[in-house]
Write a protein of this length. Structure first.
Length: 330
């Protein structure tokens, strides 16, 4: 696994040579590329496509925001509901959100910017509201630990068939995929056990049929076959260049993936899934860009055809800042 510094330099080279994967933007319909207009949402760190409300995406801020979850309409980019969770403690570092087959939204307060100093993290769960309106809802809080010790994580995924919760840890030298117990238990400790090895991960999402798992990082993404709770063959997935790449989810019909980032008025970008629309079952290597990706994988799993978009400039700034910070720490 290459260091973040090396990956950052490679990403800059990609941008300067115009080799970003192309993405689809088909206009103003639901489930299309959109901008989050809510001025309160400045650190969108997770995305989940509603199954009740077509075209609506659930998101949340990273930290220092409180127990809030927002429903954003992809047609307009406007927030159509703000949900306040009650019955939970003060959120610490909320990084992920996922919708389970039980109709519940799962919110992952799983971040640990001190790289594994907190002895436990939390998952919150509440039913997806059937009505889109501002509301306060009762949520269940679950304590979570890892069998091999505390660690930082930003990706939490609920399997759409089994309802089992998975967490991918975040580490520069590679993280792990952790499997939760068959059922989460309130009032007790829920131990997550390592069942696979993954690269640097900032978010992940299962396809609607549960047969594929996509894990994204700042500059690339990989798709994995997923069967019997374990990772299978993997392939590169085309991703858009974004300022701080933090989130990914499938559309409810599996026809595309939606990639989000942090920042004010951040953009959520649709990337087509070849053969999609059947639950995401046929997600294939370099899926995305409306079929314009060449299929040639770079070393970091990024397609090597396409044109850089306006978001590339923001990524260059972030990359240079990361490199500068790394040098200062050295």
């Amino acid at each position: 696994m290459r260091s973040l510094l090396t990956v950052s330099a490679a990403a800059v080279l990609l941008l300067l040579t115009g080799t970003a994967p192309a993405v689809a933007d088909d206009g103003g319909g639901a489930d299309r590329t959109f901008t989050i207009e809510d001025s309160r949402i400045t650190e969108s760190s997770g995305l989940a496509a509603s199954r009740i409300h077509p075209g609506v995406y659930w998101t949340h801020n990273d930290s220092d925001d409180g127990p809030y979850v927002y429903a954003v309409d992809s047609r307009t980019g406007k927030t159509v509901a703000t949900i306040t969770m009650k019955g939970v403690g003060e959120p610490r570092d909320v990084e992920a959100i996922s919708l389970g087959p039980d109709g519940n939204l799962y919110v992952g307060d799983i971040g640990d910017n001190l790289d594994g100093t907190w002895d436990h993290v939390w998952i919150y769960r509440f039913p997806e509201p059937r009505k889109l309106a501002d509301a306060t809802v009762g949520a269940t809080q679950f304590d979570v630990t890892y069998a091999d010790g505390a660690r930082n994580a930003e990706a939490m995924m609920v399997h759409p068939r089994t309802g089992r919760v998975y967490i991918a840890s975040k580490n520069e030298d590679g993280g792990g995929l952790y499997e939760g117990p068959r059922k989460l238990t309130a009032g007790g400790n829920n131990v997550f056990r390592r069942v696979g090895e993954v690269p640097w991960v900032t978010d992940g999402a299962f396809s609607p049929d549960g047969g594929s798992l996509v894990l994204r990082s700042y500059f690339s993404a990989r798709g994995y076959a997923f069967e019997n709770g374990r990772l299978g063959a993997d392939h590169a997935v085309s991703v858009p260049f974004q300022g701080q790449s933090e989130s990914v989810t499938y559309t409810a019909d599996g026809s595309a993936m939606m990639f989000g980032s942090e920042g004010k008025r951040s953009e959520v970008v649709r990337v087509e899934v070849p053969g999609g629309g059947d639950g995401g079952k046929d997600a294939s290597p370099n899926g995305g860009g409306g079929g314009t990706s060449s299929g040639d994988d770079g070393e970091d799993g990024v397609g090597t055809k396409g044109t850089a978009t306006g978001g590339a400039v923001a990524v260059v700034v972030v990359v240079l800042a990361l490199i500068a910070a790394r040098r200062r720490r050295g």
